[in-house]
Ligand binder design. Structure first.
Ligand SMILES: [Zn+2]
Length: 506
């Protein structure tokens, strides 16, 4: 069985997840669910980044030890992910012993490769970003992201010979165009590497909240160096047998565009130095903005994803984000647009198809579905949708995958208008026509539930279970090209009709 290993960025725990953090996890979850459905042995890793000065500071402000604080936040984060139906297989925390061991082993390998040396470092350090900024990248002497004045840091540090890896990185990027997507990110990285790379400081002499260097325990490992290594800790490194041999290299790192440089320059250089294979693809996604502005604590426009999930369901939020914000660019969240999408697509299109089909089966056929071939034309619509869906999802174009499912929903709703089942039901001579129509609508719902399962797992399951389809939707695999799922004809009556997505009244 082919494998697929994907990861998201691990999060700093000084704030709870906001809509942007949730977006990345929801998108990765849809990809993981799709891959499982496509028959891959899928492994999906998420986690928390705990060795940050920000985290240490947040803990002290609350009068807690950093570890206590991180334990509490790990629970809080996982509760959010559970509420949003994120199906990760493993949740890594960088304070875990397994990670400390992986980081020290990898660091040792880089030291042994001759790529670490001691030197004096002076520079502008933004604690918010946990990185040094060259003078030229500051805006009016301030961090371009946080708009705060960085600290001037001057200390003895260990350096990683990143500069030595420029030519190798460029060669790798040219030979493997899928290594960095979308193309705009790839061009940005090529420009940076062509401009020349500088060695980077990979230790801090002052900090105590971090992983000690194996060769000099008085220093701690730079938090980014530590964090990136989580992706191999998650598959059991330094043990090279077991999961590592099965899942590494990762097939996909899903990360925000603001941290592409760490993932496409520093991380591959670290792996090259340690003589480990590089991940296949790094996807640097865009940002979810709120009414055109970047989500930020200082702007006071943080949208709490749980608030949306509690009011209208996690699936409605997942749908909105994945339909409205393609991974390749920035997108916007506004309440207006959310309610429009919800009412038009979920309540009217999919929800209505479901409710009217289930009601008609109860009203006209006492809840039983009669086996019948789909009405001419519908089979073709479904097989094209399956094909378009697979192609889109392989390119991580989730919005286009959703669009493929909608081609079936729209056709099925049109069919109801064309065939006017309320008239067919009055004429006993046209009973077979009515049976065929109902069976066609059930087939449409069956396939749209499957196609939308990755995006809206709970609602897809509800459709599936109401129609008494078997086996459980999680166990169903996508049919082979050109084929349909077996047509359902449950012996028992189907479940009751109820609104899938109750309309939102303004
Ligand atoms: Zn900053």
């Amino acid at each position: 069985m082919a494998k697929f290993y994907l990861t998201t960025a691990i999060d700093y725990v000084n704030n709870l997840p906001h809509l942007g953090t949730a977006y990345e996890k929801v998108a990765a979850d849809a990809i993981a669910r799709y891959k499982r459905m496509a028959g891959f042995d899928t492994r999906f890793l998420m986690g928390n980044d705990e060795h940050s000065t920000n985290v240490e500071k947040a803990a002290r402000e609350k009068g807690m030890s950093p570890q206590e604080y991180c334990d509490q936040m790990a629970e809080a984060f996982q509760a959010v992910w559970k509420r949003l139906d994120i199906s990760y297989d493993d949740f890594i925390r960088t304070t875990e012993p397994r990670h400390v061991k992986a980081v020290q082993t990898l660091f040792r390998a880089i030291v042994d490769a001759g790529d670490v040396y001691k030197g004096k470092y002076e520079g502008h350090y933004c604690v918010g970003c946990e990185r040094f900024y060259p003078e030229k990248d500051l805006v009016d002497g301030k961090c371009p992201v946080h708009k705060t004045v960085p600290q001037w840091v001057s200390e003895e540090n260990y350096f990683f010979k990143l500069s030595a890896y420029g030519p190798l990185l460029l060669e790798h990027i040219r030979k493997n165009p899928e290594f960095i997507i979308p193309e705009s990110r790839r061009n940005e990285i090529v420009n940076v590497v062509e401009g020349g790379l500088e060695d980077i400081s990979v230790s801090r002499a002052s900090g105590t909240w971090g992983i000690p260097l194996p060769n000099d325990p008085g220093h701690t490992i730079y938090v980014w160096f530590d964090a990136l290594i989580n992706y191999i800790t998650g598959v059991g490194y330094p043990d090279r047998n077991g999961d590592y041999s099965k899942y590494w290299p990762a097939d996909l790192h899903v990360i925000g565009k603001d941290i592409t440089r760490f993932h496409c320059i520093i991380w591959p250089a670290m792996l090259m130095s340690a003589k480990l294979p590089l991940p296949r693809t790094v996807l640097g996604h865009g940002w979810v903005q709120f009414q055109g502005e970047k989500l930020s604590k200082s702007l006071g426009n943080i949208v709490n994803p749980l608030e949306i999930a509690d009011r209208w369901g996690a699936d409605a939020l997942r749908y909105y984000l994945l339909r409205e914000v393609p991974l390749s660019r920035d997108g916007d969240f506004t309440w207006e647009l959310f309610i429009d999408r919800y009412n038009a697509d979920l309540a009217n299109d999919w929800g209505n198809l479901f409710t009217r089909t289930v009601s008609m089966i109860h009203r006209y056929r006492a809840g039983k579905v009669t086996a019948s071939a789909p009405i001419e034309g519908m089979e073709g619509v479904i097989t094209s949708a399956l094909r378009d869906y697979g192609a889109a999802m392989e390119r991580y174009e989730i919005d286009k995958g959703i669009e493929a499912a909608w081609s079936v929903i729209r056709r099925a709703n049109r069919l109801v208008e064309e065939k006017a089942p309320w008239n067919l039901a009055k004429d006993p001579a046209r009973g077979a026509e009515l049976d065929a129509l109902l069976a066609t609508l059930v087939a449409a719902l069956q396939h749209t539930a499957l196609l939308l399962h990755a995006v809206m797992p709970a609602k897809a399951r509800e459709v599936w279970e109401t129609l008494r389809l078997a086996p459980a939707i999680e166990k169903v695999r996508l049919p082979k090209a050109g084929a349909l799922l077996p047509s359902p004809a449950p012996a028992e009556p189907i479940g009751a009709s109820k609104p899938l997505f109750p309309r939102i009244e303004r």
